[in-house]
Design a protein around this ligand. Sequence first.
Ligand code: ATP
Ligand code: MG
Length: 437
Amino acid sequence: MSAVQPVRGTHDLIGEEQRRHAHVVDTARTVTGLYGFEEWSTPIFEETAVFARSLGDTSDVVSKEMYTFPDRGGESLTLRPEGTAAICRALVTNGLTQSLPQKVFYTGPMFRYERPQKGRYRQFHQIGAELIGPAEPVADAEAIAMGRDVLGALGIADDVTLELNTLGDPESRAAWRKALIDYFSDFRDRLSQDSQDRLDRNPLRILDSKAPEDRALLPDAPMLADYLNDHSRRFWDGLRTALQAFGVPFVENPRIVRGLDYYSHTAFEFVTTRLGAQGTVLAGGRYEGLVAEMGGPQTPAIGWAGGVERLAMLLENAPEKEAPVVVIPVGDAAEAPAIGVLTRLRYAGLRSEMAYRGNLKKRMERANRVGASHVVILGEAEVAKGVVQLRDLSSGEQSEISVDRLIETLGEAPLRATVREYLGAILPPGLSAGEGA
Ligand code: ATP
Ligand code: MG
């Protein structure tokens, strides 16, 4: 049998890649926490109706990118292509529509049947945030500032530009839509096939087209700015004022329309020039009708999603793997005492491993291979004296110290309170974590 391959457009996360990935997710979780957001997790698949809604969604995601399949009971299910619809479904099914605002952070894999290329996969991961309830533009500014802070905390704020637009309210958009249809109808033959279909179903989508023949027609297309009503104009002004108060720089880009259909007013993208065509790293907007489509009341919300793979690629350095301490017993009689030392190191919060195969040379090689900072060697003589040989692998210095002094010398690593509590509870008698026994 030939070797089994991963599915096209999917990838394993191992080593440095996984560390980059985890760093993006951990950072986003921490920063959104500072803004009062709480993490939700929803299932990876949903009834297809959650994503392909009754209103007839014309986005690329819903019209051609979804992984939809009947399950064995004949029900149509879809692997989630994005998080927002599922969060709104969860808001409704968990009876939270009267407990607003809800500030939700989520992360996890998303699935889209796209042509795989750098920064574009069929299974990819998002970090995302939804601020559900507030109707004021200051909420949009706060959500955007939070996105900016995630990028800042990742050290990539200088690599991205915030592009901002308004889509107006439904009334403004209807007037603009009509003007777009009039304009593009005159050039119907010059539009891509996709955009000819879009013209009938959702002409706004044409503005988001990546086809060169479509893009050539965009510069002269009608601008929403000329069709905004008073309410939409006030919202747009309020957003820009609040963004300045949050200290978030932006450029206005009337071409930002977003991939999904349910947005109104605010639409934004953080883009970089460092990833070629796949330059949008975090994007979102305000949406009004989605909670109602899930069977809840009309509920305003603002949210964004970031692509973890693209953000991970932008990180200057992959987070280092923490260097372990490697414990090396020499001789059978030293093995049990070595396990005692190993346990004590771990309970003091120090990443530690034991090398238990081969002769001393082999075991030293192993310590080097895992990038150890120190090795702790103990043979029968050491066990008898209650000492160990501590070797610093960067300086090469070796000294004999008592087991009790070992942790003091290596320094205690900060441990999460819950871990410390657990370790304190299970600590065998005679092994105190950290205090040097
Ligand atoms: P694009 O214009 O690049 O197709 P999109 O508008 O479809 O993006 P969203 O639905 O807004 O993207 O998803 C938010 C973020 O998720 C994107 O900005 C991007 O960083 C990431 N993303 C979207 N699709 C993919 C994919 N197939 N592979 C990797 N990352 C993706
Ligand atoms: Mg897309």
